[in-house]
Write a protein that binds this ligand. Structure first.
Ligand SMILES: Nc1ncnc2c1ncn2[C@@H]1O[C@H](COP(=O)(O)OP(=O)(O)OP(=O)(O)O)[C@@H](O)[C@H]1O
Length: 580
């Protein structure tokens, strides 16, 4: 398809940042040219010193050479800085692009699949994205720091003595061959360490989440043992990984440097006039300095190789998530009329319907309260709009049949019971990589003041599943997410369960104020805000849905009246007074 974004290919991310990479290449090439000049200067300084000692040259002649050397070193370092700056930018932009694709995917993912995998899935994918972009950054850095530098140094060596260079250049490839041989253990040590880190993260979460249960039921010791086993395993695997990675470098260096013995012998012959070339001290010193740098650089190839191996492991794990389910995120649908007509639903294998004959209609800006007894089917009714399971009857948006003519993805903002929060900043959890009005969303969710008081404000990392937040804060982050990505149909399943009455009132008013054209389906046990709704759906014990209003239900439905009186004794009294 023309213009298709192949976000699951590494090349896509390199091509996307062409301009930044062009700047990297320019500064990288200038840096490498400067690098080759350095040993040349060093050789000539040695020659000048020898000449001055012999009395054939004036000491003042060294000043100009030394100054040029100084400025060349300065230039090389400046170019190195510029190159690194652009490489860092490249990595940051790549992380942002990958996260954006993954967040888009999260918004498009089937909710049941997500619940199965949970926020932990998201946390892991995000850490893999960072590892992967880090690998790409290291690769780009090393390409110039190592790849181009090696070429430039080799050209310099060949220029001075091509036969000697053929011989000495056999050693660094021998080091590479060794690196290749050791590829497998390095990769598998890295993979095993990563798997162990995941098990430990799961164990830590389990230990934290269920700490009280373990203590109360005398399971603490067993839980501790289990946790320590995971910890020890992680330590062992990390040490093994570190050993494999770090023991390689000295080994490469020794092998690569063996070539300098040949230079001392055959290069010495050149200076004495008995070798392949005719050298002075400057040539000998420059050649040796250049080879030493080349040998050191070639050992860095191992760094590059290790970084690539690690990035490859992460890349293979995130690759599938880097393809959005649909080519582009669907734009939000326009406000319209919602018509629910004779909808019934039975869970597969169940003997009777949970929802029976639900019929109602709502216009933009309507708020519909949905309530009923415990386990009466309130959440089930809310989820029916997500079109995850087939139901009887029809749900239309204007003239479009939901699920057939219009996707719930473009229409619905949904907040369910599970807190799909991941280990990233508050800002990222709400924005999911999209542009939007964060301040407004935080205000709407009554979270603005608390967010400002967090240690790093909206940049505060909230932990997997939002573990560093209270239950009420978690729920309000979910509400803020919903307000950030506004949709014309908003379904809130028990949004006020963990907030006080004052906050409940505020949340209700602010959500309505920020989404004036949206239809809001408010599923709740708590009826406090129901007098402000336009209609109320009561789900009876048999799953039959009564469509009415708060006032009418109070007058006609005994169960509703009892629930209301229990929760709002003072409001109920005054209501009875008025009726009298
Ligand atoms: N995935 C499922 N498969 C089969 N039955 C289910 C499933 N989910 C819910 N149920 C059943 O459907 C009925 C209604 O559940 P639902 O969660 O919709 O009720 P609810 O009114 O939201 O509950 P609560 O009062 O606890 O909030 C319950 O009897 C429940 O056991």
């Amino acid at each position: 398809m023309a213009g298709k974004r192949e976000t699951n290919r590494v090349s896509y991310y390199f091509l996307k940042e062409k301009k930044i990479l062009a700047m990297t290449a320019l500064s990288g090439i200038l840096y490498n040219l400067g690098l080759v000049a350095v040993p040349w200067f060093e050789g000539h300084i040695s020659q000048y010193l020898a000449d001055i000692l012999e009395g054939t040259r004036q000491p003042s002649s060294l000043v100009f050479l030394a100054l040029s050397y100084f400025f060349t070193v300065l230039f090389v370092q400046a170019m190195r800085y510029v190159k690194r700056l652009y490489v860092r930018r490249f990595a940051n932009n790549t992380i942002l692009s990958m996260k954006e694709t993954i967040y888009t995917r999260l918004l498009q993912e089937n909710r049941q699949d997500l619940e199965g995998q949970g926020a932990r899935w998201m946390t892991r994918v995000i850490s893999d994205v960072e590892a992967c972009a880090e690998g790409m950054r290291k690769f780009t850095t090393e390409l110039f720091d190592t790849g181009v530098a090696l070429l430039a140094y080799s050209a310099f060596l060949f220029y001075y003595d091509w036969r000697l260079t053929f011989l000495v250049l056999l050693f660094p490839p021998a080091a590479y061959l060794l690196a290749d041989r050791l590829k497998k253990p390095v990769t598998s040590a890295s993979r095993r360490a990563k798997e162990s880190a995941e098990r430990l993260a799961r164990g830590t979460m389990d230990r934290l989440r269920h700490a009280l249960t373990y203590r109360l039921y005398g399971e603490e010791e067993t839980a501790d043992e289990r946790y320590h086993r995971l910890l020890t395993d992680y330590e062992k695997r990390r040490i093994r990984q570190g050993l494999w990675e770090n023991s390689m470098e000295p080994l490469y260096r020794i092998i690569a440097m063996t070539g300098s013995l040949l230079i001392l012998w055959l290069g010495g012959n050149n200076v004495m006039g008995q070798g392949w070339e005719d050298w002075n001290i400057a040539a000998f010193a420059a050649y040796l300095a250049c080879f030493t740098r080349l040998a050191v650089k070639s050992s860095h190839a191992a760094h590059l190789f290790n970084a690539l191996q690690k990035a490859d492991v992460s890349w293979h794990r995130i690759r599938d998530f880097l393809t959005p389910l649909s080519e582009t995120a669907l734009p939000p649908a326009k406000p319209d009329r919602l018509t629910v007509s004779h909808v019934s639903f039975t869970y597969p294998g169940a003997s009777h319907a949970v929802i029976q004959d639900c019929t109602f209609s709502a216009a933009p800006s309507d708020i519909i309260g949905i309530t009923g007894g415990t386990a009466s089917g309130k959440s089930t009714l809310g989820r029916l709009f997500l079109m995850e399971s087939p139901h009887e009857g029809s749900i239309t948006w204007g003239k479009k049949e939901l699920g057939r003519d219009i996707s719930p993805l473009s229409l619905i903002g949904y907040m369910g019971h599970s807190m799909e929060l991941f280990n990233a900043s508050l800002e990222e959890n709400i924005g999911l990589g999209k542009k939007g009005n964060l301040d407004e969303a935080l205000w709407g969710a009554c979270l603005d003041e608390e967010a400002a008081a967090f240690p790093r404000g909206v940049k505060t990392v909230i932990g997997e599943g939002g573990i560093r937040l209270s239950g009420g804060q978690q729920a309000r982050v979910m509400i803020a997410r919903l307000l950030y990505h506004r949709r014309p149909l908003i379904i809130l399943d028990d949004p006020f369960a963990s907030v006080d009455r004052e906050t409940e009132d505020q949340l209700f008013d602010r959500i309505h104020a920020l989404c004036p054209d949206s239809i809001i389906l408010l599923i709740s046990h708590r009826l406090r805000t129901f007098p402000k709704t336009s209609q109320v759906l009561w789900i009876g014990k048999d799953g039959r849905v009564t469509t009415s209003t708060h006032e009418k239900l109070l007058a006609e439905n005994e169960d509703y009246r009892r629930l209301w009186a229990l929760q709002n004794p003072e409001m109920h009294e005054s209501h009875c007074e008025e009726r009298r």
